[in-house]
Design a protein around this ligand. Structure first.
Ligand SMILES: [Zn+2]
Length: 200
């Protein structure tokens, strides 16, 4: 990991882990792939060894990311998929040359095209997004309940009632906010001398 950059938010679903490289879209947004190198890092963590990344390829990745976010949000809210987002996702999906490889241990690896381009990795991410938006996988697309986040996530819980994109961040923050609200002292007691140094 490189110092000085925001950490990655990694989940079990490739497409929504990718859209989570931009967080707090409705608050103080945090860009987690601010440089081409940081995209290379993210791809490496997710099993794609690309050789290099240009600024233009980073732009392509971010365009795909926001298109997945837009389409997944529409799907989660049962709205029509915006044509421009569908177009970008399909373009990225068809332009890559990645192939799924079965390892001797029974795992799946992605083998990128001969040039190991960013575009090859993006095609796998786009195909992953297509599978969840098209409803082909067992789960439900939903939006994070945090008003500053509203990230689309893929709920695979048995009850399909997950509320937050990530329990450790959005879920925890919400819990803390509730806890603080519950512990707020009675306004009538605030100036009471019997409560020195009371909670603020
Ligand atoms: Zn969230």
């Amino acid at each position: 990991m490189r110092a000085g950059f925001p950490d990655f938010r990694l989940g079990n679903v490739l497409a929504t882990s990718f859209t989570a490289t931009l967080t707090e879209r409705h608050g103080k947004a945090v860009e987690r792939i601010p440089t081409p190198h940081r995209l290379v890092d993210w791809l490496a963590v997710n099993g794609f060894a690309v050789d290099s990344c240009t600024t233009a390829q980073l732009d392509l990745a971010r365009e795909l990311r926001e298109s997945i976010h837009t389409a997944a949000t529409a799907a989660a809210t049962r709205n029509a998929l915006p044509a421009s987002a569908v177009h970008v996702i399909n373009d990225r999906s068809t332009e890559g040359r990645a192939a799924a490889i079965l390892t001797p241990e029974g795992g799946r690896q992605w083998r990128l095209g001969p040039a190991s381009r960013v575009e090859d990795a993006l095609s796998v991410i786009a195909a992953d997004a297509i599978s969840i938006i098209a409803g082909e996988r067992d789960g439900r697309l939903a939006l994070c309940a945090s008003p500053t986040c509203r990230a689309a996530f893929f709920d695979t819980s048995r009850s399909r009632t997950r509320k937050w994109c990530d329990m450790n961040t959005c879920g925890n923050r919400q819990k803390k906010a509730r806890f603080t609200a519950n512990r707020r002292p009675d306004p009538g007691l605030r100036d009471s001398p019997s409560c020195p140094g009371g909670m603020s």
